[in-house]
Write a protein that binds this ligand. Structure first.
Ligand code: NAD
Length: 267
């Protein structure tokens, strides 16, 4: 039980990856605060956790809205009396270019993907301090290492890596660790039907998309005492995509096979 007696607040936990984070955290002993814009989706995650014997509470939150954060934290403290961890997971996509994205759409994406984590850290960090320290995990993306055609999303995910490091420096004296987990393609509602998903999966060295639980396991590791000396770090969970998929794909396209030389022919 890596998170025994810990209270962990997860945003966007009515969704694919956030739901898995809440479920895996609860399976590891945490009381999960399942926060989402869509209360019905949060309640479904809570039902799944309770069915598995875990503890969870659903909360409606708009991460872009400061009073919404205050209410979420008050409800968490009323339920558990403490907060030990925060996962800033909620995000939205835009899927449009520079010429086709209206300024209001750009602002809306940034208000969820960057203002959301900023408000979360600002609201929750003092309570992690009260609990004697804690952990924050920001959910980035492998788009925070390379350029996605969704430029606003890409920009927000690069920005989140900067926020992660800055927060890690600022809150180290409060014994709060801050890290990010950057998934690759993970089939969930956020990318359902997006045309680039299957070609991306084909180019992923491990040959498939991630299962939400594979992302959640890394998040839970970072929340746990097993990661007690890890802060300011990004962990990419993308089946090897940003490690070198473009070169690997070019090599395959030119007729090379891996491992080079074929099985049994290596020295
Ligand atoms: N699925 C992928 O392929 C992938 C890849 C890289 C990174 N990510 C990141 O993983 C995280 C989770 O994505 P997902 O795939 O589970 O998507 P998802 O759409 O299944 O879940 C996102 C959740 O966030 C909620 N949400 C949206 N706006 C909100 C707001 N203002 N306040 C509160 N909640 C809000 C939605 O209701 C939804 O339940 C995101 O940060 C996303 O950028 C996903």
């Amino acid at each position: 039980m890596r998170l025994e007696s810990k209270t962990i607040l997860v945003t966007g936990a009515g969704g694919g990856i956030g739901g898995a984070i809440a479920r895996v955290a609860a399976a590891q002993g945490a009381a999960a605060v399942v926060a989402d814009l869509r209360l019905d989706a949060a309640e479904r995650t809570v039902a799944a956790i309770e069915e598995a014997g875990g503890q969870a509470m659903a909360i409606q939150i708009d991460v872009a809205d400061e009073p919404s954060w205050q209410r979420a934290v008050e409800a968490t403290l009323a339920w558990r009396g403490r907060i030990d961890g925060l996962v800033n997971n909620a995000a939205v996509v835009n899927r449009s270019g520079f010429l086709t994205t209206a300024p209001g759409d750009f602002d809306r994406l940034m208000s969820v993907n960057l203002r959301g984590p900023y408000l979360g850290i600002r609201t929750v960090a003092p309570h992690l301090h009260d609990a004697g320290g804690g952990a924050i995990v920001n959910i980035g993306s492998h788009s925070g290492f390379t350029a996605h055609y969704d430029f606003a999303y890409t920009t927000s995910k690069w920005g989140l890596r900067g926020m992660t490091r800055a927060a890690a420096m600022e809150f180290a004296d409060w014994n709060i660790r801050v890290n990010s987990v950057c998934p690759g393609v993970t089939p969930t509602p956020i990318n359902a039907g997006a045309p680039h998903i299957q070609p991306l999966i084909r180019r992923t060295p491990l040959g498939r998309g991630a299962r939400p639980e594979e992302v959640a396991n890394v998040v839970v590791f970072l929340l746990s005492a097993e990661a007690s000396f890890v802060t300011g770090e990004d962990i990419v969970v993308d089946g090897g995509f940003v490690a070198g998929a473009a070169y690997r794909d070019a090599a395959l396209e030119s007729g090379m096979t891996f491992p080079l030389g074929g099985a049994g022919e290596a020295d």
